[in-house]
Design a protein around this ligand. Structure first.
Ligand SMILES: O=C(O)c1cc(=O)[nH]c(=O)n1[C@@H]1O[C@H](COP(=O)(O)O)[C@@H](O)[C@H]1O
Length: 286
């Protein structure tokens, strides 16, 4: 029986520490690393990042857009990143933020959640803002293959609140409604004894004390650390009692230390140490 994503991520967080390193080959980072903004530069950048970080972090998160902008050669590099990262023991969260009508979501599910596809990753990001049930094909396909899904709830960008904080007639926010759906999606796995559900949510580290119940039974991906202004210390305010389920995520903050592999590793380890220290202080009630 395939191990669920929730179990695999829980184990990886214990072994390597709770941290997700983004692989975002921004044109500006390619230039800073002395690389051309083309498919060859993309390939060198990505291979360096995977070789430096793949055996260090629990989760690697390639952002698909930065590969797609190089066309089919860029997508081929993305396929390689997924395979290479998994080969050195990192779980791969493919950041594509898909969200469409259900019948189209099945095609995305085939692309990203079915091991028969070269773009299949351990987990994928999706947007529920066409309605949570439109995600059903991705949820069902991912879970059937022991993979995971991260559902956007409270995003890190300043534009998010106009949709996500909107209050429904029943008094719940739109984001709170999505968090409720994810909680329900994880209930069976938790009842079966999984330490962590396979359906996570994205809650930006920039979102402050947001007033939502973030105990959804699955992992809480927290982007926004570093370049977007949030710090590891902010996680305590944003997540409160749900801190133990948080996987903080940073891309430019770590990648900016490159291209020296040792410097990349040091940057990731620094954040992991800061998160571990925060968790120890939080559990001691400090
Ligand atoms: O799903 C994500 O990862 C994500 C959600 C969100 O709310 N905000 C957010 O910044 N992200 C992604 O996280 C990464 C943040 O990059 P840095 O700001 O460089 O750390 C980018 O790849 C974003 O697409």
């Amino acid at each position: 029986m395939t191990q669920t994503f929730g179990r695999r991520l829980h184990a990886a967080m214990g072994e390597r520490g709770p941290f997700c390193a983004g692989v975002d080959p921004h044109p500006g980072l390619l230039a800073a690393w002395g690389l051309d903004d083309d498919a060859a530069g993309l390939e060198r950048f990505s291979r360096t990042a995977v070789e430096a970080l793949g055996d260090t972090v629990a989760l690697l998160k390639p952002q698909s857009a930065f590969f797609e902008r190089h066309g089919s050669r860029g997508v081929a590099v993305l396929e390689r990143v997924i395979a290479d990262a998994r080969a050195v023991g990192a779980l791969v969260l493919l950041d594509v933020k898909r969200g469409d009508i259900g019948s189209t979501m099945q095609a995305y599910a085939d692309a990203y959640c079915d091991p028969a596809s070269p773009l299949c990753a351990d987990a994928v990001t999706v947007s529920p803002y066409l309605g949570f049930e439109s995600l059903r094909p991705v949820l069902d396909t991912a879970l059937a293959h022991g993979n995971g899904v991260f559902v956007l709830a409270l995003t890190s960008n300043p534009e998010g609140p106009e949709v996500q904080h909107a209050v429904r007639p029943d008094g719940r926010t739109v984001a709170g409604t999505m968090l409720g759906h994810v909680r329900a999606a994880n209930a069976a796995a938790l009842a079966d004894g999984d330490p962590l559900g396979s359906v996570g949510v994205v809650v930006g580290a920039t979102t402050g004390g947001n007033g939502e119940d973030l105990a959804v039974g699955g992992p809480l991906l927290a982007p926004g650390i570093g370049a977007q202004g949030a710090t590891v210390e902010d996680l305590a305010t944003v997540f409160g009692p749900a801190l133990a389920q948080v996987v903080p995520s940073a891309s430019r903050e770590v990648l900016g230390a490159g291209p020296d592999p040792e410097a990349l590793r040091r940057a990731a380890r620094r954040t992991i140490d800061d998160v571990r220290d925060l968790l120890i202080r939080a559990s001691a009630g400090a």
